[in-house]
Design a protein around this ligand. Structure first.
Ligand code: PEP
Ligand code: MN
Length: 341
Protein backbone atom coordinates (compact mmCIF):
# COMPACT_ATOMS: atom_id res chain seq x y z
CA UNK A 1 0.00 0.00 0.00
CA UNK A 2 1.06 3.59 -0.46
CA UNK A 3 -0.09 6.65 1.42
CA UNK A 4 -0.37 9.65 -0.90
CA UNK A 5 0.02 12.90 1.02
CA UNK A 6 -1.81 16.08 0.03
CA UNK A 7 0.41 18.68 -1.60
CA UNK A 8 -0.10 21.02 1.36
CA UNK A 9 0.95 18.32 3.86
CA UNK A 10 3.60 19.51 6.33
CA UNK A 11 6.81 17.74 7.35
CA UNK A 12 5.12 16.97 10.69
CA UNK A 13 2.12 15.40 8.92
CA UNK A 14 4.48 13.11 7.03
CA UNK A 15 6.43 12.28 10.19
CA UNK A 16 3.25 11.39 12.10
CA UNK A 17 2.08 8.99 9.39
CA UNK A 18 5.50 7.31 9.21
CA UNK A 19 5.61 6.96 13.00
CA UNK A 20 2.14 5.41 13.17
CA UNK A 21 2.99 2.87 10.45
CA UNK A 22 6.35 1.92 11.96
CA UNK A 23 4.78 1.66 15.43
CA UNK A 24 2.56 -1.10 14.01
CA UNK A 25 5.69 -3.01 12.95
CA UNK A 26 5.73 -2.17 9.24
CA UNK A 27 8.46 -0.59 7.15
CA UNK A 28 8.06 2.69 5.31
CA UNK A 29 9.67 4.10 2.21
CA UNK A 30 9.45 7.83 1.63
CA UNK A 31 9.48 9.32 -1.86
CA UNK A 32 9.23 13.07 -2.36
CA UNK A 33 8.57 14.86 -5.63
CA UNK A 34 8.19 18.57 -6.21
CA UNK A 35 4.39 18.24 -6.13
CA UNK A 36 3.60 15.16 -4.10
CA UNK A 37 4.99 13.01 -1.33
CA UNK A 38 4.20 9.34 -1.04
CA UNK A 39 4.90 6.90 1.76
CA UNK A 40 5.25 3.30 0.69
CA UNK A 41 4.26 0.68 3.25
CA UNK A 42 5.93 -2.73 3.30
CA UNK A 43 4.71 -5.60 5.43
CA UNK A 44 1.51 -7.22 6.64
CA UNK A 45 -1.22 -4.62 6.12
CA UNK A 46 -3.52 -6.28 8.66
CA UNK A 47 -1.22 -4.91 11.39
CA UNK A 48 -2.61 -1.49 10.51
CA UNK A 49 -6.19 -2.50 11.31
CA UNK A 50 -6.31 -0.36 14.46
CA UNK A 51 -5.18 2.88 12.80
CA UNK A 52 -7.16 4.75 10.22
CA UNK A 53 -4.47 6.46 8.18
CA UNK A 54 -7.06 8.15 5.99
CA UNK A 55 -8.00 10.34 8.96
CA UNK A 56 -4.45 11.58 9.60
CA UNK A 57 -3.79 15.24 8.79
CA UNK A 58 -2.22 15.75 5.39
CA UNK A 59 -3.26 12.36 4.00
CA UNK A 60 -4.91 12.48 0.59
CA UNK A 61 -5.57 8.79 -0.09
CA UNK A 62 -4.42 5.21 0.41
CA UNK A 63 -3.65 3.19 -2.72
CA UNK A 64 -3.24 -0.60 -2.57
CA UNK A 65 -0.15 -2.10 -4.25
CA UNK A 66 -1.05 -5.62 -5.22
CA UNK A 67 2.22 -6.49 -6.98
CA UNK A 68 4.74 -8.52 -4.95
CA UNK A 69 7.54 -6.07 -5.78
CA UNK A 70 7.24 -2.79 -3.90
CA UNK A 71 10.47 -0.74 -3.87
CA UNK A 72 10.96 -1.30 -7.60
CA UNK A 73 7.28 -0.53 -8.25
CA UNK A 74 6.41 2.68 -10.06
CA UNK A 75 3.72 3.37 -7.45
CA UNK A 76 6.36 3.59 -4.72
CA UNK A 77 8.36 6.38 -6.30
CA UNK A 78 7.51 9.87 -7.49
CA UNK A 79 8.89 10.10 -11.03
CA UNK A 80 11.60 8.02 -12.66
CA UNK A 81 14.75 7.09 -10.73
CA UNK A 82 18.00 8.52 -11.99
CA UNK A 83 21.00 6.37 -11.15
CA UNK A 84 24.41 7.99 -10.97
CA UNK A 85 27.32 5.90 -12.27
CA UNK A 86 30.66 7.69 -12.17
CA UNK A 87 29.94 11.05 -13.76
CA UNK A 88 26.91 10.00 -15.78
CA UNK A 89 23.27 9.62 -14.93
CA UNK A 90 21.10 6.77 -16.21
CA UNK A 91 17.36 7.34 -16.45
CA UNK A 92 17.48 11.08 -17.09
CA UNK A 93 17.42 12.87 -20.43
CA UNK A 94 20.72 11.50 -21.62
CA UNK A 95 21.07 8.16 -23.41
CA UNK A 96 23.97 6.30 -21.82
CA UNK A 97 26.03 3.87 -23.86
CA UNK A 98 28.09 1.17 -22.18
CA UNK A 99 30.51 -0.52 -24.54
CA UNK A 100 33.58 -2.69 -24.51
CA UNK A 101 34.69 -6.27 -24.92
CA UNK A 102 32.79 -9.25 -23.60
CA UNK A 103 35.88 -10.26 -21.62
CA UNK A 104 38.98 -8.43 -20.49
CA UNK A 105 41.64 -10.49 -22.27
CA UNK A 106 44.80 -8.44 -21.79
CA UNK A 107 45.90 -4.95 -20.77
CA UNK A 108 46.49 -3.95 -24.41
CA UNK A 109 43.17 -5.33 -25.67
CA UNK A 110 41.28 -3.52 -22.94
CA UNK A 111 43.03 -0.17 -23.28
CA UNK A 112 42.57 -0.24 -27.03
CA UNK A 113 38.87 -1.00 -26.59
CA UNK A 114 38.48 1.74 -23.97
CA UNK A 115 40.09 4.41 -26.18
CA UNK A 116 37.93 3.39 -29.14
CA UNK A 117 34.58 3.37 -27.31
CA UNK A 118 35.39 6.64 -25.57
CA UNK A 119 36.19 8.27 -28.90
CA UNK A 120 32.88 7.10 -30.37
CA UNK A 121 30.82 8.49 -27.48
CA UNK A 122 30.37 5.73 -24.89
CA UNK A 123 30.25 6.90 -21.28
CA UNK A 124 30.78 3.56 -19.57
CA UNK A 125 33.34 0.85 -20.33
CA UNK A 126 32.15 -2.72 -19.99
CA UNK A 127 34.46 -5.71 -19.67
CA UNK A 128 34.08 -9.06 -17.98
CA UNK A 129 36.69 -10.16 -15.49
CA UNK A 130 34.62 -13.09 -14.17
CA UNK A 131 33.02 -14.85 -17.12
CA UNK A 132 30.02 -17.17 -16.69
CA UNK A 133 30.77 -19.48 -19.62
CA UNK A 134 28.56 -22.32 -20.84
CA UNK A 135 31.61 -24.61 -21.06
CA UNK A 136 34.01 -25.00 -18.14
CA UNK A 137 36.83 -25.30 -20.71
CA UNK A 138 36.15 -21.85 -22.21
CA UNK A 139 38.09 -18.74 -21.08
CA UNK A 140 36.88 -17.92 -17.56
CA UNK A 141 38.26 -14.37 -17.23
CA UNK A 142 41.30 -12.70 -15.67
CA UNK A 143 39.51 -12.01 -12.37
CA UNK A 144 41.26 -9.38 -10.22
CA UNK A 145 43.96 -8.76 -12.82
CA UNK A 146 41.14 -7.88 -15.26
CA UNK A 147 39.61 -5.50 -12.72
CA UNK A 148 42.95 -3.73 -12.40
CA UNK A 149 43.09 -3.19 -16.17
CA UNK A 150 39.54 -1.85 -16.06
CA UNK A 151 40.53 0.62 -13.33
CA UNK A 152 43.57 1.65 -15.36
CA UNK A 153 41.35 2.24 -18.41
CA UNK A 154 39.06 4.44 -16.30
CA UNK A 155 42.07 6.38 -15.09
CA UNK A 156 43.23 7.03 -18.64
CA UNK A 157 39.90 7.69 -20.39
CA UNK A 158 37.63 8.99 -17.62
CA UNK A 159 35.02 6.34 -18.54
CA UNK A 160 33.10 4.76 -15.66
CA UNK A 161 33.50 0.97 -15.50
CA UNK A 162 31.02 -1.90 -15.17
CA UNK A 163 32.00 -5.53 -14.55
CA UNK A 164 29.98 -8.64 -13.91
CA UNK A 165 30.17 -10.34 -10.53
CA UNK A 166 29.45 -14.06 -10.38
CA UNK A 167 30.04 -14.88 -6.72
CA UNK A 168 30.07 -13.32 -3.27
CA UNK A 169 33.86 -13.38 -3.39
CA UNK A 170 33.79 -11.48 -6.71
CA UNK A 171 31.52 -8.82 -5.15
CA UNK A 172 34.04 -8.22 -2.38
CA UNK A 173 36.90 -7.88 -4.87
CA UNK A 174 35.02 -5.91 -7.55
CA UNK A 175 33.74 -3.42 -4.96
CA UNK A 176 37.29 -2.11 -4.67
CA UNK A 177 37.48 -1.23 -8.37
CA UNK A 178 34.19 -0.77 -10.22
CA UNK A 179 31.61 2.01 -10.58
CA UNK A 180 28.83 -0.48 -11.34
CA UNK A 181 28.41 -4.22 -10.79
CA UNK A 182 26.61 -6.35 -13.32
CA UNK A 183 24.44 -9.30 -12.36
CA UNK A 184 24.33 -11.46 -15.45
CA UNK A 185 21.33 -13.23 -16.90
CA UNK A 186 22.38 -16.58 -15.43
CA UNK A 187 22.49 -15.15 -11.92
CA UNK A 188 19.31 -13.08 -12.00
CA UNK A 189 17.74 -15.42 -9.47
CA UNK A 190 20.86 -16.11 -7.43
CA UNK A 191 19.23 -14.61 -4.37
CA UNK A 192 22.34 -14.74 -2.15
CA UNK A 193 24.28 -12.82 -4.78
CA UNK A 194 21.45 -10.29 -5.19
CA UNK A 195 21.42 -9.72 -1.42
CA UNK A 196 25.18 -9.30 -1.40
CA UNK A 197 25.19 -6.53 -4.03
CA UNK A 198 22.20 -5.08 -2.19
CA UNK A 199 24.37 -4.60 0.89
CA UNK A 200 26.75 -2.35 -1.05
CA UNK A 201 25.93 1.10 -2.29
CA UNK A 202 27.42 0.48 -5.73
CA UNK A 203 25.00 0.78 -8.68
CA UNK A 204 23.88 -2.57 -10.05
CA UNK A 205 23.11 -3.46 -13.66
CA UNK A 206 20.57 -6.26 -13.37
CA UNK A 207 20.23 -8.29 -16.54
CA UNK A 208 17.04 -10.14 -17.26
CA UNK A 209 17.28 -13.92 -16.82
CA UNK A 210 17.19 -16.08 -19.92
CA UNK A 211 13.75 -17.39 -19.06
CA UNK A 212 12.55 -14.79 -16.58
CA UNK A 213 9.21 -13.05 -16.71
CA UNK A 214 9.14 -9.31 -16.13
CA UNK A 215 7.58 -9.89 -12.73
CA UNK A 216 10.41 -12.24 -11.71
CA UNK A 217 12.92 -9.68 -12.94
CA UNK A 218 11.36 -6.88 -10.89
CA UNK A 219 11.34 -9.18 -7.86
CA UNK A 220 15.06 -9.76 -8.43
CA UNK A 221 15.50 -5.96 -8.33
CA UNK A 222 13.46 -5.99 -5.12
CA UNK A 223 15.98 -8.39 -3.52
CA UNK A 224 18.74 -5.84 -4.16
CA UNK A 225 16.70 -2.82 -3.10
CA UNK A 226 15.30 -4.41 0.04
CA UNK A 227 18.87 -4.80 1.33
CA UNK A 228 19.25 -1.02 1.11
CA UNK A 229 20.73 -0.42 -2.34
CA UNK A 230 18.29 1.62 -4.46
CA UNK A 231 20.75 2.03 -7.36
CA UNK A 232 19.44 -0.56 -9.79
CA UNK A 233 19.40 -0.31 -13.59
CA UNK A 234 17.59 -3.03 -15.54
CA UNK A 235 18.99 -4.52 -18.73
CA UNK A 236 16.91 -6.41 -21.30
CA UNK A 237 19.28 -8.80 -23.11
CA UNK A 238 16.95 -11.14 -24.93
CA UNK A 239 15.08 -14.18 -23.71
CA UNK A 240 14.97 -17.77 -24.82
CA UNK A 241 12.18 -18.61 -27.22
CA UNK A 242 11.64 -21.28 -29.88
CA UNK A 243 13.32 -19.01 -32.45
CA UNK A 244 16.79 -20.15 -33.46
CA UNK A 245 17.70 -17.46 -36.03
CA UNK A 246 19.09 -15.28 -33.26
CA UNK A 247 20.95 -16.25 -30.07
CA UNK A 248 18.03 -14.99 -27.98
CA UNK A 249 14.86 -13.08 -28.82
CA UNK A 250 15.03 -9.39 -27.95
CA UNK A 251 11.85 -8.62 -26.03
CA UNK A 252 11.51 -5.05 -27.18
CA UNK A 253 8.14 -4.77 -25.46
CA UNK A 254 9.94 -5.21 -22.13
CA UNK A 255 11.05 -1.58 -22.46
CA UNK A 256 7.60 0.05 -22.40
CA UNK A 257 6.29 -2.65 -20.05
CA UNK A 258 9.04 -1.86 -17.52
CA UNK A 259 8.37 1.86 -17.95
CA UNK A 260 4.72 1.21 -17.07
CA UNK A 261 5.52 -0.88 -13.98
CA UNK A 262 8.74 0.49 -12.51
CA UNK A 263 10.57 3.76 -11.88
CA UNK A 264 13.93 2.08 -12.52
CA UNK A 265 15.88 2.91 -15.68
CA UNK A 266 16.09 0.24 -18.38
CA UNK A 267 18.80 -0.23 -20.97
CA UNK A 268 19.03 -2.82 -23.75
CA UNK A 269 21.90 -5.14 -24.67
CA UNK A 270 21.33 -5.94 -28.36
CA UNK A 271 24.62 -7.87 -28.60
CA UNK A 272 23.63 -10.81 -26.40
CA UNK A 273 20.07 -10.67 -27.73
CA UNK A 274 21.14 -11.03 -31.37
CA UNK A 275 24.35 -13.00 -31.09
CA UNK A 276 25.14 -11.69 -34.61
CA UNK A 277 26.91 -8.37 -35.11
CA UNK A 278 25.04 -7.36 -38.27
CA UNK A 279 21.79 -7.21 -36.29
CA UNK A 280 23.14 -4.97 -33.52
CA UNK A 281 22.53 -1.59 -35.26
CA UNK A 282 18.85 -2.31 -36.03
CA UNK A 283 18.15 -3.62 -32.53
CA UNK A 284 19.95 -0.65 -30.99
CA UNK A 285 17.76 1.77 -32.94
CA UNK A 286 14.60 -0.16 -32.08
CA UNK A 287 15.55 -0.02 -28.40
CA UNK A 288 16.05 3.73 -28.40
CA UNK A 289 12.78 4.17 -30.31
CA UNK A 290 11.01 2.02 -27.70
CA UNK A 291 12.20 4.36 -24.93
CA UNK A 292 15.29 2.64 -23.51
CA UNK A 293 17.56 4.80 -21.34
CA UNK A 294 20.73 3.39 -22.83
CA UNK A 295 22.49 0.51 -24.54
CA UNK A 296 25.17 -2.02 -23.72
CA UNK A 297 27.14 -3.02 -26.80
CA UNK A 298 30.04 -5.44 -27.13
CA UNK A 299 33.00 -3.92 -28.96
CA UNK A 300 36.32 -5.65 -29.58
CA UNK A 301 39.40 -4.27 -31.38
CA UNK A 302 39.61 -7.49 -33.37
CA UNK A 303 36.35 -9.47 -33.06
CA UNK A 304 37.60 -12.45 -35.05
CA UNK A 305 40.24 -13.11 -32.38
CA UNK A 306 37.96 -12.50 -29.35
CA UNK A 307 38.12 -15.08 -26.57
CA UNK A 308 34.37 -14.77 -26.07
CA UNK A 309 31.38 -13.49 -28.03
CA UNK A 310 33.37 -12.45 -31.10
CA UNK A 311 30.50 -13.10 -33.56
CA UNK A 312 28.31 -10.51 -31.85
CA UNK A 313 31.04 -7.93 -31.20
CA UNK A 314 31.37 -4.79 -33.31
CA UNK A 315 34.77 -3.50 -34.33
CA UNK A 316 35.59 0.09 -33.29
CA UNK A 317 34.75 1.47 -36.72
CA UNK A 318 31.29 -0.08 -36.87
CA UNK A 319 30.62 1.01 -33.30
CA UNK A 320 31.56 4.57 -34.13
CA UNK A 321 29.30 4.49 -37.20
CA UNK A 322 26.42 3.19 -35.09
CA UNK A 323 26.88 5.96 -32.51
CA UNK A 324 26.70 8.58 -35.27
CA UNK A 325 23.58 6.97 -36.74
CA UNK A 326 21.93 6.91 -33.34
CA UNK A 327 22.46 10.61 -32.83
CA UNK A 328 19.51 11.85 -34.90
CA UNK A 329 17.15 9.20 -33.54
CA UNK A 330 18.10 10.13 -29.99
CA UNK A 331 17.27 13.74 -30.81
CA UNK A 332 13.87 12.81 -32.28
CA UNK A 333 13.16 10.92 -29.07
CA UNK A 334 13.75 14.15 -27.14
CA UNK A 335 16.88 12.74 -25.50
CA UNK A 336 20.50 13.77 -25.65
CA UNK A 337 23.75 11.95 -26.36
CA UNK A 338 27.37 12.73 -25.81
CA UNK A 339 28.60 11.64 -29.27
CA UNK A 340 31.87 13.31 -30.20
CA UNK A 341 32.20 13.26 -33.93
C1 PEP B 1 27.87 -10.37 -20.67
O1 PEP B 1 27.43 -9.24 -20.48
O2 PEP B 1 29.00 -10.60 -21.17
C2 PEP B 1 27.01 -11.54 -20.37
C3 PEP B 1 27.53 -12.72 -20.05
O3 PEP B 1 25.72 -11.24 -20.50
P1 PEP B 1 24.40 -12.11 -20.15
O4 PEP B 1 24.45 -12.35 -18.68
O5 PEP B 1 23.30 -11.20 -20.59
O6 PEP B 1 24.46 -13.37 -20.95
MN1 MN C 1 29.37 -11.43 -23.80
Amino acid sequence: MIVVMRHDATEDNVKNVIQAIEYCGLTTHLSKGSEITIIGVIGDKSKLSKVNLELFSGVDKLVPVTESYKLSNKKFHVGPSIIKVGNCEIGGKEIVIMAGPCAVESREQLLESARAVKKAGAQILRGGAYKPRTSPYAFQGLEEEGLKYMAEAREETGLAIVCEVTSIHAVETAAKYVDMMQIGARNMQNFQLLKEVGKTNIPVLLKRGLCATIEEWLNAAEYIMSEGNPNVVLCERGIRTYETATRNTLDISAVPVIKSKSHLPIIVDPSHAAGIRSLVPSLSKASIAAGADGLMIEVHPNPSCALSDGPQSLNPEDFSKLCSELKSLIKIMGRSFNCHE
